[in-house]
Ligand binder design. Structure first.
Ligand code: PHE
Length: 339
């Protein structure tokens, strides 16, 4: 009986609140239904006369109804204030706030920093070089003769200024570093490279490499392979399937290509690995005596190894990105996934 009456009153009041068209209407509802002499108050007075068995649940129902009515009143009141906008020249604290777009690191930056940390731990210093490079450091000092196809305009962005290029590889830092620091030297050079070529899923006109150079007495292929293996293990967190092939670069002798099994397709063959199941990741070799000489050192005393890790390829393998063009495309929907 009590609960039935309560329900009816509650519904009436809620309906009246809903129907209110102004704050004055709302005040009217409050006075009419919720004052000390209003019907709710009258009903609540009966609570104390109820049999003890009913009292508890009736009391709970009454409290719930009161709370429901209070909330409805408050919300209706707020909706009037909001539609009036800023009230009384004050601040409308009910306005939703501005959300700020927070930035995050580019996936290439994340992997570059990770690699730098690994290399520092192996005793390599981290150096950076210019993007605009001289023909000398990019080619000549690296024993790349003037008629070598790598100098062909197909591959290189030549600048208007005579003898200047956008660096095509981070190897351009090798002789700069030797000139500046001499030997023994252990250094890595992360950097952006530029190539004048057609783009597809695995080629872009700009990409990143991380070059490594170690020059000391009696450096051999064993050192090179040891450091390569350690680097790959640290990057991938496990032993990676690799294969080694002979490779030609005029600034190393002998030269190798270290390929890793494609992470995108698990070696099955896809557009990134050009259906071969393998990705060229780590060209490397022993530093050519001509390069040691160009660095101002005696090749009879000093020897070394160099590698040119494909940083962008590595980023693609680690994150499963199947199109290189996404990386420089500037699409926030892509970039925000790495935050
Ligand atoms: N600079 C070479 C390239 O771009 C790679 C390389 C670096 C090869 C170091 C051997 C040693 O492709």
């Amino acid at each position: 009986m009590f609960k039935n009456d309560l329900k009816k009153i509650e519904q009436r009041v809620l309906k009246a609140i809903k129907a209110a068209k102004s704050e004055t209407d709302l005040e009217q509802v409050r006075l009419q239904h919720l004052s000390r002499h209003g019907e709710l108050a009258v009903l609540l007075k009966q609570l104390k006369d109820l049999p003890p068995a009913e009292k508890k649940s009736a009391g709970q129902a009454a409290n719930a109804a009161k709370e429901g009515i209070e909330t409805a009143l408050q919300q209706k009141g707020l909706s009037f204030q909001m539609s009036a906008g800023v009230t009384d020249g004050g601040v409308d604290v009910t306005m939703p706030g501005h959300s700020f777009l927070t930035g995050n690191l580019h996936p290439s930056t994340i992997i570059q920093q990770e690699l730098e940390d690994i290399c520092r731990a192996l005793g390599f210093r981290v150096l950076e070089g210019p993007d605009i490079e001289s023909e000398y450091y990019n080619f000549t000092a690296l024993n790349i003769p003037a008629d070598h196809p790598a100098r062909d305009t197909q591959d290189t962005f030549w600048l208007k200024k005579e003898g200047q290029v956008l660096k095509t590889h981070t190897s351009a830092m090798q002789v700069r570093a030797l000139e500046k620091y001499g030997a023994p030297l252990r250094a890595v050079f992360p950097g952006r490279c530029f190539r004048y070529e057609a783009t597809d899923a695995s080629h872009d006109t700009t990409f990143y490499q991380l070059e490594g150079l170690m020059v000391d007495k009696n450096v051999s292929i064993t050192h090179l392979i040891g450091v390569m293996k350690e680097l790959l293990r640290a990057v991938f967190g496990k032993d990676t399937k690799v294969r080694q092939r002979p490779g030609f670069f005029s600034f190393v002798e002998p030269g190798f290509e270290l390929d890793i099994s494609c992470f995108i397709c698990d070696g099955e063959g896809c557009s990134v690995c050009k259906r071969t199941g393998w990705v060229e990741l780590l060209p490397c070799g022993l530093v050519h005596p001509e390069v040691i000489k160009a660095g101002g050192l005696d090749p009879k005393v000093w020897s070394g190894f160099a590698f040119g890790l494909g940083l962008t390829r590595l980023v693609m393998m680690k994150y499963g990105i199947d199109d290189i063009r996404l990386l420089q495309g500037g699409d926030l929907r892509f970039l925000k996934q790495f935050g």
